[in-house]
Design a protein around this ligand. Structure first.
Ligand code: HSE
Length: 353
């Protein structure tokens, strides 16, 4: 199957996917029959470029790495904004990787609705729209015979959603508990080694783990967003972000960390939810002092972990990177390959290729 792709946003995550697409082009074609042309990129900071016959992604990446604007690319139409790019280009698949606002979902919500209404597929790592309107967007995609996929919104490329949807299908999942934010886990790990909070945060930012505004990470908002997503998408409930109790890590002192260490314990920022006997959900993000024999206590750096509580298997845990340029870019590749597979399966059923 061939895709004409437009990137809406071309920051760390978008570039991470672009790197992978360039490096794995032949492998993706040979192994998965996945073929692509990137026709457009629109980014509020870097400018935009559209060429209906395709852009040279290697040139684009080199240009962006030098800090140059997309307008300096030697061909194509320049200056189209995000919505125009979605509406007016020949892209059939939109990679939505703009700024995340978990409270309004915008501008990503508008981008995704516009694309799906036109029958264009969307892959996105943007948490805001999933928090605000997951069900409505999935329904819109179905009604338009398009697909909306967002594996990366919880654990980046570590496949938390696909695991629950496909591999654990048939289980009744009644709750989850996990380390859902890479930045804070990285900071806690470094602080335990003696680094200051400020230095640890700077390092997390330089490695591309933190959100554009890291307050979202350190005050627990990012983890809260993921708790809402997992509760709604996997547990099938209807939480809004105001329903989740939240604490971040900013009030934790070096002394607290030392004291826990002396007790043989370790602080972790834990996001969890549990379906109650009456069907309601109790959900929170909070610092917990874990014994070192708790499996989550051993998960350090920007690594995330998520345990699902299932009726057939009991607890099932997935551990892996939850942030980072390439790690999150890879989540978009999972989505693209899933869409590719669905279309190939459909066309085999109907006999059209
Ligand atoms: N800022 C997020 C984190 C990125 O640190 O986990 C992935 O959502």
């Amino acid at each position: 199957m061939h895709f004409n792709i437009a990137f809406i946003g071309f920051g760390t995550v978008g570039q991470g996917l672009a790197d992978i697409l360039v490096e794995k082009k032949n492998m993706l074609a040979e192994k998965y029959d996945f073929h692509y042309t990137v026709v457009a990129i629109s980014d509020t900071m870097k400018g935009s470029v559209y060429n209906e016959t395709g852009l040279d992604l290697i040139k684009i990446l080199a240009l962006v790495k030098k800090g140059e604007k997309l307008d300096t690319y030697p061909a194509g139409i320049k200056g189209m904004d995000s919505v125009t790019t979605i509406k007016k280009t020949n892209a059939d698949t939109i990679v939505e990787v703009t700024y995340t606002d978990i409270k309004t979902g915008e501008p990503a919500l508008t981008h995704i609705k516009t694309a799906l209404s036109l029958g264009k597929n969307v892959v996105s790592t943007n948490k805001g729209p999933v928090i605000k309107q997951a069900r409505a967007l999935i329904d819109l995609a179905q009604s338009q015979n398009a697909q909306y996929s967002f594996e990366g919104v919880v654990l980046a490329g570590t496949p938390a959603l696909n695991l629950a949807h496909y591999t654990l299908a048939g289980n009744n999942i009644t709750g989850f508990r996990g380390i859902l934010n890479g930045t804070t886990n990285y900071i806690l790990t470094r602080m335990e080694e003696g680094m200051s909070y400020d230095d640890a945060l700077k390092k997390a930012q330089s490695r591309g783990y933190a959100e554009t505004d890291p307050t979202g990470d350190v005050e627990g908002w990012d983890a809260l967003g993921k708790v809402v997503i997992l509760t709604n998408v996997i547990l099938g409930k209807h939480l809004i972000w105001e329903d989740v109790k939240r604490n971040g890590i900013t009030k934790l002192t070096k002394e607290d960390i030392k004291r826990a260490k002396a007790e043989g314990k370790r602080w972790k920022l834990i996001g969890s939810a549990e379906v109650q006997p009456n069907g309601s959900v109790q959900a929170q993000v909070q610092l917990e002092k874990l014994s070192l024999n708790d499996p989550l206590a051993g998960v350090g750096d920007a690594i995330n972990a998520l345990t699902y509580y299932t009726d057939e298997l009991g607890p099932v845990t997935i551990i892996g990177p939850g942030a980072g340029r390439r790690e999150t870019g890879f989540a978009l590749l999972i989505d693209l390959l899933n869409i590719n597979r669905t279309f190939i399966e459909k066309s085999m059923k109907t006999g059209t290729q």
